[in-house]
Design a protein around this ligand. Structure first.
Ligand code: HEM
Length: 210
């Protein structure tokens, strides 16, 4: 494959998705080197109130981000289907644990109702879309499985979008409190809109005979 073929269209999206997912997962794992309180100074209320759940969330969230890009590899799906299944099961377990922790953390967020409700709905969508994706795989409805898994990954990728949007809004002059409330919604709503637009564009058009 030539360099221009690698850096075009769908590949460019895939490279962006993989690199940013891995980068944010790595940055989120900083607590392994720094300790919880130094790594997450703004999350001390969670660390004090629900320490096991907070741990679960900051381990399973980044792990889901690392695993998600692997699931889009055609090579793994075609040549090592068992690997695809095991990565998929691990991803679903990460979402289950990280999503339940996310629900509790959303309720206990100190950033106000708007941020709380945005994160809460994200957690509900994350759990339900992943659950539906798993159900469709078990029913061997693979077209629908793929669609629900892409939606689930769009929610996982909200962790990346949030960390891109927040500094942009703040550099543009928005206060942290307002920016945080905005990204609690926009981080996942934007991803979902992009994914639904992609489904619409790529679905075969039925031509009506004149
Ligand atoms: C998609 C569903 C998710 C939900 C509903 C969710 C929810 C939350 C909530 C409510 C908080 C605390 C915010 C506050 O108190 O203001 C939080 C913090 C955090 N989440 Fe998630 N989260 C999700 C996914 C992820 C993913 C995929 C990662 C992977 C990187 C992640 C990593 C973190 C980290 C590291 C923190 C600590 C604060 C920070 O560094 O920004 N979360 N999450």
């Amino acid at each position: 494959m030539t360099a221009t073929a690698i850096f075009t269209g769908r590949n460019l999206w895939r490279i962006f998705f993989t690199v940013t997912s891995l980068a944010i997962a790595l940055v989120s794992m900083r607590f392994l080197a720094l300790g919880m309180a130094t790594a997450f100074p703004n999350m001390l209320h969670h660390i004090r109130a629900e320490i096991p759940l907070f741990y679960v969330h900051v381990v399973t969230g980044p792990l889901a981000l690392v695993l998600a890009p692997l699931q889009f590899s055609k090579k793994i799906r075609a040549k090592m289907p068992a690997v695809h299944r095991w990565i998929g099961r691990t991803y679903c377990l990460c979402v289950l644990a990280g999503g339940i922790a996310g629900l509790v953390m959303a309720v206990n967020s100190t950033e106000g109702f708007f941020a709380q409700s945005g994160f809460f709905i994200l957690a509900v969508l994350w759990l339900s879309m992943t659950g539906l994706a798993l159900t469709k795989a078990r029913q061997r409805k693979f077209v629908e499985h793929r669609k629900w898994m892409i939606r689930s990954v769009a929610m996982t990728f909200g962790a990346v979008t949030l960390r891109i949007e927040l500094p942009i809004l703040m550099v543009a002059g928005t206060s942290f409190e307002v920016a945080y409330s905005i990204v609690a919604w926009s981080s996942w709503a934007l991803n979902l809109a992009v994914v639904e637009y992609y489904f619409r564009r790529s679905s075969p058009r039925v031509s009506v005979p004149a």
